[in-house]
Design a protein around this ligand. Structure first.
Ligand code: HEM
Length: 498
């Protein structure tokens, strides 16, 4: 449609990824659509995707720019938005955060947060015997986990649901927050992106001033959660610097005592920042250096990227448990077989639990969380077999639903059936892309999978999960940047068979 392209189809279906899946069914594995007048190439042929995401990654290293995404280096760009050498430099610094050794060190902290989570579950069971929304509790838990494991700050979001950082992070993913005119203009006329961005920044600035100046301003005018979080990340840096200056001679109660200086993300990034004397200078990609603005942007990124996705994954796994009681029993028995009364849960044991891994992967196959963020932009002309000549600037996205529900890639058991054992067979490397794929896949995947596994193990060791109602077990899904359920209502039954 003139000016709008295929946007009305997205508005009509309310689900971008389902709309794309329907088009794939109609037009095949390679086709295009228009966002405004921007052409987007959609590919779901796994061999061609392999060429783009892995074989020729050097020509497809960047993601397309979201409307209102600020990529001006003067402001600092975070890992998710960085391009080319800027991305390579940042990724090399951040990659070691989730190494096996560091994950082992984080293990007791994760376990400690989950102990608090189990206490909250106990309270919910007592107060809402007819069922409660476990997704809300997961959000608070995963926020605690990010703060404690990545920023080293001891928080208690699970007992403080009104914490401003938690509230603002939740708002980042809320529907209303994306209904800005500027976003729409950014999609329709991307050529004027600098103008939309500048006006967006000014509107936020004026709103922030009015909030401060007007009587009742704080109540009447909402601030932009993204800007609020970015403005307030200095808190983390200050805490980390105090900790570093105290040289591990820890007298600061907010800090995790059992984590060494180099164990958490913020210290890794702070070390790289301290090496950078001049802020905003362009760095060679081989230098392990971050500017102060990049540090701030990355703290913001990890705060929002790490918590919403993992809590949503946990919500989906719990929904599967509640609606597939036979599968739940099987997983429970499997976990019991690993952990007798004397054994202590540790990182090595969870990595041996293959069936638990399949269970989670199968859940994310059926309920992908972030399909629209897996896209690449071509940086250099290339001729690809099966696709033809791709020009610089071409935006390519993959169709995650079509890959995850493709019976040729995942058979013989029907892909509509929940069947974790399908992961016992080696599949095409592009068949499962829940965490993206190639050198630019999700940097937090190991951390997310560990969190999910430990929560599920401890949940099933203590309880059997039941649906809150036997009548309607379908999830009401909302799609924006992530696809998430509105809620996951369950009941819990204390286990007596142990
Ligand atoms: C179940 C949980 C999660 C899911 C499903 C998920 C999914 C994804 C996906 C699909 C991408 C894009 C990959 C691509 O383009 O190929 C991504 C990127 C990213 N994720 Fe995650 N993620 C999860 C958890 C986390 C956590 C816990 C963190 C941080 C601790 C995190 C941090 C990031 C970052 C920083 C990127 C950008 C990486 C880059 O561009 O180099 N994610 N994630």
């Amino acid at each position: 449609m003139f000016l709008l392209g295929n946007l009305p189809d997205f508005v009509r279906t309310k689900r971008i990824s389902i709309c794309i899946q329907n088009w794939t069914n109609q037009f095949g594995h390679i086709y295009g659509y228009f966002e405004g007048h921007t052409p987007i190439l959609v590919v779901s042929n796994p061999d061609i995707l392999h060429e783009i995401f892995i074989k020729y990654f050097s020509k497809f290293h960047s993601r397309r720019q979201f409307p209102l995404e600020d990529r001006r280096t003067t402001k600092g760009v975070h890992l998710f938005s960085a391009t080319g050498d800027q991305w390579r430099r940042q990724r090399a610094i951040i990659n070691p955060t989730f190494s096996t050794l560091k994950m082992k060190r984080m293990f007791p902290i994760i376990d400690d947060c989950i102990t608090t989570f189990l206490i909250k579950l106990e309270e919910c069971m007592k107060t809402s015997s007819e069922g409660f929304d476990i997704y809300k509790l997961y959000k608070r838990l995963t926020m605690d986990l990010i703060w404690r494991c990545c920023f080293g700050i001891k928080t208690d979001m699970q007992n403080d649901p009104n914490n401003p950082y938690l509230k603002r992070s939740q708002e980042v993913f809320a529907r209303e927050n994306c209904a800005y005119l500027a976003t729409l203009l950014g999609i329709l006329i991307p050529e004027l992106q600098p103008i939309w961005l500048t006006s967006h920044c000014w509107i936020n600035y004026i709103r922030a001033r009015l909030r401060r100046l007007l009587p009742m301003g704080e109540k009447l005018i909402e601030d932009d959660p993204n800007e609020w979080l970015k403005d307030n990340v200095g808190y983390f840096i200050k805490k980390a610097q105090i900790h570093q200056n105290n040289n591990n001679n820890n007298n600061n109660n907010d800090y995790n005592t059992n984590i060494t200086k180099s164990a958490d993300l913020i210290h890794i990034m702070l070390d790289a920042t301290e090496k950078s004397s001049i802020d905003n200078k362009q760095h060679d990609h081989t230098e392990r250096i971050l500017s102060l603005n990049e540090l701030k942007q990355n703290i913001y990124l990890f705060m929002v990227a790490g918590y919403e996705t993992t809590s949503t994954a946990l919500a989906y796994v719990t929904h599967i448990l509640a609606t597939h009681l036979d599968e739940q029993k099987k997983l429970q028995n499997y976990i019991d077989s690993f952990l007798n009364v004397d054994s202590i849960l540790d990182y090595d044991i969870i990595n041996k639990m293959e069936y638990l891994d399949w269970f989670i992967r199968e859940t994310l196959r059926m309920y992908p969380i972030t399909p629209i963020i897996i896209n690449r932009e071509c940086s250099e002309q290339i001729d690809l077999p099966g696709l033809g000549r791709i020009l610089p600037g071409t935006k390519i996205t993959l169709d995650m639903y079509s890959l995850h529900y493709n019976n040729d890639l995942w058979g013989p058991v029907d892909t509509k059936k929940f069947y974790p054992e399908r992961f016992a067979t080696k599949r095409h490397p592009m068949a499962w892309v829940a965490f993206g794929v190639g050198p630019r896949n999700c940097v937090g995947m190991r951390f997310a999978l560990a969190e999910i596994k430990i929560v599920i193990i401890r949940l099933l060791q203590n309880y059997t999960v039941l649906p809150a109602s036997m009548d309607d077990n379908n999830l009401d899904l909302v799609e924006l940047v992530t696809i998430s359920p509105k809620q996951v209502s369950i009941r819990l039954e204390q286990r007596t068979d142990k």
